[in-house]
Design a protein around this ligand. Structure first.
Ligand code: ZN
Length: 486
């Protein structure tokens, strides 16, 4: 297995060669916890979840460390606390729980480690002291600032020069800064704001130092992959690199930098003013299941802008129902996912090794589903004496493919929902037939007509024919409305 990933730093696809052979460390910038995650926030989560799952299959689950932080102290959180009159700790605890719940709903595994910034203030203070000691940072008026011009390679990741950045960026000019580009490592706490004691007075860390300190503590001075949305490339990731490389000149910090592109809705940038802004929870509450969200996301390569459209949502529903048939076969044959990379369908191996091409992997998965169905139904006459083994092998590959893309558990839940829907429809059918027979005897069809209207509202068409009644669920079938139809 040779996993190639596009490295933003070198602008090339590179072979993943772990710092420690046989083990992989990955850091992904996590959320600032003050509100529900919008669907754009779910993109890096799903992208790096697929990578995490792939690495676990390739290197063994115990050999992959995936760190994603929670930023639980920040100006936005403090502002939210002031607006609502709530405690900061309540807001961050509630939002953290929401985040984990919503990301689990789209099939994301929890990372190996999920450090909260406020638990690592000591490590941040220590790193800042080191940077002051080596002249890369200076204290001024309760602040500590990073001296950007002390790090020659600043801007290399995003390919900008410091002077261009000053010309183009909204840099904050402040009297205590030596240079407008210098960024905050530590800032003083105003009255009523959360703060920690430090050599520079009571204050709180800047956002960027958080990731540098936690990545260092949990993954070491050199590790394999750092990921995030491409909106974080500058200044956040440039600043992380500057801090970490200056604090640990011997270390490499991250070898490979991966950035996912942004998400749009129906071809437009998502924004509150355009009215096309929604959260993952909004979609789930509207009845768009997690597997559909995930499937739509995986259809676009992570380095391309992704367009969320109603048409794609509908297509995903249909395609997932097709995958369910092959899943049922693999469950019947007791062929659960394997943990081996080599058991993936060949097309998926090739696609995923090539910079995480999930679009190609999905295509291969759909072909594998057809193969499983074909073999199982005996459509393919191989002439081999052990056709049963071929079916089993194909079913294992299919289940493994689903698992690596994070769809296996989600599809099992979809199958269970479908079964529950069918059995509740069966109950409604029995009740309807009983009412219908009674109506024929009494020559009073008012109850039957009422039931028909309710069923129509639930998306079920009633067809009464000679010798029986058929209930036919349509595409707008809503099983939650069946309770009133008995
Ligand atoms: Zn970060």
């Amino acid at each position: 297995m040779d996993i190639h990933l596009h490295n933003t730093k070198t602008r090339k696809k590179e072979l993943l060669t772990p710092v420690t052979p046989g083990r992989v460390g990955m850091y992904v910038c996590g959320p600032t916890v003050y509100d529900r995650a919008h669907i754009g926030n779910a993109r890096p989560v799903i992208v790096f979840d697929v990578l995490y799952r792939l690495l676990r299959h390739a290197y063994g689950a115990e050999n992959v460390t995936y760190v994603r932080n929670f930023t639980d102290v920040d100006d936005k959180i403090i502002a939210r606390a002031e607006e609502t009159g709530r405690e900061i700790g309540d807001i961050t605890a509630e939002t953290t729980a929401w985040y984990l719940e919503d990301m689990a709903a789209v099939g994301a595994l929890e990372p190996t480690k999920m450090p909260r910034a406020t638990d690592w203030i000591g490590a941040m203070v220590e790193m800042i002291e080191g940077l002051i000691g080596s002249d890369h940072a200076y204290a001024a008026e309760g602040h500590v600032l990073f001296r950007v011009r002390s790090y020659e390679a600043y801007g290399a990741l995003s390919g900008r020069s410091v002077d261009d950045m000053i010309a183009g960026a909204r840099v904050e000019v402040a009297p205590y800064k030596e240079d407008p580009m210098d960024f905050v490592l530590w800032k003083p706490a105003k009255a009523g704001e959360p703060g920690w004691d430090s050599p520079w007075g009571k204050g709180r860390p800047g956002w960027h130092i958080e990731c540098s300190a936690m990545a260092d503590a949990l993954l070491g001075e050199s590790f394999d992959i750092h990921g995030g949305g491409n909106d974080l490339m500058f200044p956040h990731h440039e600043n992380e690199i500057a801090q970490s490389r200056c604090a640990h000149p011997e270390g490499e910090f991250a070898r490979i930098w991966m950035h996912n592109e942004m998400l749009q809705v129906e071809g437009k940038k998502m924004s509150k003013s355009l009215g096309n802004f929604f959260t993952v929870r909004d979609l789930l509450d509207q009845g768009v299941p997690g597997e559909v969200i995930r499937f739509v996301f995986l259809g676009t390569h992570y380095r391309k802008p992704m367009d969320w459209t109603e048409k794609k949502r509908q297509e995903a529903e249909k395609k997932l129902d097709r995958l369910l048939r092959a899943l049922s076969i693999s469950i019947e044959l007791v062929c659960p996912p394997s943990h081996e990379f080599a058991d993936l369908p060949k097309g998926m191996q090739i696609g995923l090794e090539d910079d995480l091409n999930t679009h190609a992997a999905l295509f291969s998965l759909e072909q594998q589903a057809e193969l499983v169905e074909g073999l199982a139904s005996g459509d393919i006459v191989s002439g081999e004496p052990h056709q049963g083994d071929a079916t089993r092998e194909a079913a294992v590959a299919f289940a493994t493919g689903l698992d690596v893309l994070g769809l296996y558990e989600l599809l099992i839940a979809r199958k269970q929902r479908r079964l529950a829907e069918t059995s509740s429809l069966d109950e409604v059918h029995l009740a309807f037939v009983a009412h219908y027979e009674l109506a024929k005897q009494n020559k009073d069809f008012s109850v039957v007509d009422e039931l028909k209207a309710k069923l129509l509202d639930a998306g079920v068409e009633v067809r009464i024919r000679q010798g029986g009644v058929d209930l036919i669920p349509g595409s707008n079938f809503d099983p939650t409305k069946l309770d009133g139809c008995k």
